[in-house]
Ligand binder design. Structure first.
Ligand code: CP
Length: 305
């Protein structure tokens, strides 16, 4: 019985296997259409979501299974004071696999200790978002062909943006990956990521506030939204929210084969005029996210063809 709490719960070989399965699902969806018949997936979302929740639900339906759950804490008995532990114990009797998003860091880990069903972390506070990382990895693999040797720009809110923390953890395991971290000083990558993951793993990185100065050397530009919900002070959010806005003019500085990723939702940080650029991969990324989540459900439930 497996959980997915951190992307490091998966080996590189398992990530390759998930990408291979997702690619097979993309090519031969009919083979998988009934594979989870009679199985149920619960989506427990204590925080808002569009892509993660709906892609998991679509994933389970496309595998022939069923879905139950809630999309906000206020419509569950959490509003009456029920603990996460009690909620998980109860839902474990109703579902075969549980997907959970929670504003508190570590909540999915606590949940995993209270159940015999697989728990999938769909985002815990500013900490981790491993299934977004799987969506990011399959996108990079499909669009660039490999991970090794890539120069990856991470731009925006690197302090609170949980997707970049998980992505750095995942990509640091590949040879000769170089990170360029582009953020305002107040939103720099946390020290634990730089010390424990990058320096500990001898992964090279640089930090800058200037996107245009580094754009020309990037193979991947991973844009992120400034995370309003994690700020204590609205004035700070207003001051920082438009620090970076990617436009067609700025993209003239980028390589022709660079790819632009974004976990979405987008606010202002990528101009809609960029969407028609062939380098814009972020909507394809949302679709690949559904297929890799299908592969993950199969892996954690131990289901094979
Ligand atoms: N990328 C992502 O987690 O999007 P949602 O918040 O819409 O799920």
């Amino acid at each position: 019985m497996r959980h997915l709490i951190s992307i490091l719960d998966l080996s590189k070989e398992e990530i390759d296997q998930l990408i291979d399965t997702a690619n097979d699902i993309i090519e031969f969806p009919e083979k998988y259409a009934e594979i989870c018949k009679g199985k149920k997936l619960a989506t427990l979302f204590f925080e808002p979501s569009t892509r993660t929740r709906l892609s998991f639900e679509a994933a389970m339906y496309e595998l022939g299974g069923n879905v139950l759950g809630f999309s906000e804490a206020g419509s569950s008995s959490t509003a009456k004071g029920e603990s996460v532990s009690d909620t998980i114990k109860v839902v474990s009797g109703y579902a075969d696999v549980i997907v959970m998003r929670h504003p508190k860091e570590g909540a999915p880990l606590v949940a995993s200790m209270k159940t015999s069903k697989p728990i999938i972390n769909a985002g815990d506070g500013g900490h981790n978002h491993p299934t977004q990382t799987l969506a990011d990895l399959i996108t990079i693999k499909r669009e660039k062909g490999h991970f090794e040797g890539l120069t990856i720009g991470l731009c925006g809110d690197l302090k609170f943006g949980r997707t970049v923390h998980s992505l750095v953890e995942a990509l640091s395991r590949y040879e000769n990956v170089h990170f360029v971290m582009i953020s305002p000083n107040e939103l720099r990558m946390p020290d634990y990521v730089k010390q424990d993951i990058l320096k500990h793993g001898n992964v090279t990185f640089e930090e800058t506030t200037d996107l245009e100065a580094v754009l020309g050397k990037l193979d991947i530009l991973y844009m992120t939204r400034v995370q309003r919900e994690r700020f204590f002070n609205e004035a700070d959010y207003i001051r920082l929210k438009d620090s970076y806005i990617l436009t067609p003019k700025k993209l003239e500085l980028a390589k022709e084969d660079m790819r632009i990723l974004h976990p979405l939702p987008r606010v202002n940080e990528i101009s809609v005029a960029v969407d028609d650029d062939p380098r814009a991969s972020y909507f394809r990324q949302t679709l690949y996210g559904k297929y890799i989540r299908m592969a993950l459900i199969l892996m954690l439930m131990g289901v094979s063809l």
